[in-house]
Write a protein that binds this ligand. Structure first.
Ligand SMILES: Nc1ncnc2c1ncn2[C@@H]1O[C@H](COP(=O)(O)OP(=O)(O)OP(=O)(O)O)[C@@H](O)[C@H]1O
Ligand SMILES: [Mg+2]
Length: 293
């Protein structure tokens, strides 16, 4: 289990993570959603000790991350950062093998080699394994970094926007793979994603942040609610149930006519900006309740 107790992060006068307390149970997939600047990456970086916190305590299986020795933490928890820059020229295979370092200290055993082969295969990189990282497309490179993180075989896997740059097929493949390692191998996956529908379909729990705070958390069924999403994103997102999954159709929202489908009891004071009817007109702030009138 990961526990986050009253965690805060300040940069000068600005509070970017504001008194967050959470419990992320072992096993399963938890997604973190929320607008740009909500504090998602900062929270993930704090949990993995990439960033120091200004206040609070984080524990991973009871170990305080502030005091646990790095080699011990590295065997329990791995993280994919939102931005990854390599300063050395590595092949895909060498990058992925680097993920075995906490176990192998540089000398790969037969088991390590097997992990590397599997991770390359899962991420569809076997044929690209001898290419240099800087010779890959954006999505291929993203898959290589995720393979490196998965190769670490840690109980806790933190991924900051793992679907960045991926096409539809690779996004679905990656989510299905994460689902598999959570279900079959009992891994605990915590990932940040902007597409609320991937979060809804693949996670067991969702955490929604805004302005450094956790605004809503719960099962996808609980979080995928137009009212709650309006409070997070300032826009009206109609929810449709398709094949038992709750999906938010946000592409043209909050412009009408989707508002016509708002339930009669829909009431929230959250302001949304309705797209102007004619070019050149100002966007009009309205409450979601006004939209349904
Ligand atoms: N080094 C820094 N100094 C000052 N402010 C920072 C620093 N790093 C991040 N911030 C601010 O902290 C806030 C939270 O940033 P964070 O990267 O956690 O957001 P996020 O939710 O991951 O957003 P995104 O969806 O854009 O990745 C932002 O307002 C950002 O500008
Ligand atoms: Mg981020």
């Amino acid at each position: 289990m990961i526990t986050v107790e009253s965690v805060a992060k300040r940069y000068g006068d600005s509070v970017v993570v504001d008194d967050v307390s959470l419990e992320i149970p072992a096993g399963g997939i938890t997604s973190i959603i929320g607008p740009n600047g909500a504090g998602k990456s900062t929270l993930l970086s704090i949990v993995s000790r990439l960033e120091p916190m200004s206040a609070g305590v984080v524990t991973v299986d009871g170990m305080d991350v502030s005091t646990t020795k790095s080699p011990i933490l590295a065997k329990r928890l791995a993280i994919l950062r939102q931005e990854n820059h390599l300063t050395v020229r590595l092949s895909v295979r060498d990058l992925v093998a680097f993920g075995r370092f906490p176990h192998s200290q540089g000398r790969l055993t037969k088991d390590d080699v097997e992990f590397v082969d599997k991770a390359l295969d899962y991420m569809g990189l076997t044929e690209l394994q001898d290419r240099y990282i800087d010779e890959l497309s954006g999505g291929q490179r993203q898959r290589a970094y995720v393979a490196m993180v998965i190769c670490q075989d840690t109980d806790y896997v933190l991924l900051d926007e793992p679907l960045n740059n991926l096409d539809m097929k690779h996004s679905v493949n990656m989510m299905q793979h994460l689902r598999r390692i959570a279900t079959e191998l009992g891994k605990t996956i915590l990932f940040v994603v902007h597409d609320i529908n991937f979060a809804s379909v693949y996670s067991d729990r969702m955490i929604a942040m805004r302005d450094g705070r956790v605004i809503v958390q719960g099962t996808p069924e609980e979080v995928m609610d137009s009212r709650k999403l309006a409070a997070i994103y300032d826009m009206y997102i109609p929810i449709h149930e398709i094949e038992g999954e709750r999906l938010g159709i946000y592409y043209w929202s909050p412009a009408l006519p989707t508002a016509a489908k708002l339930p009669a009891d829909y009431r929230t004071e959250v302001q949304v900006h309705v797209s102007p009817d004619h070019p050149g007109e100002e966007a009009v702030p309205k409450t979601v309740a006004e939209l349904s009138e």
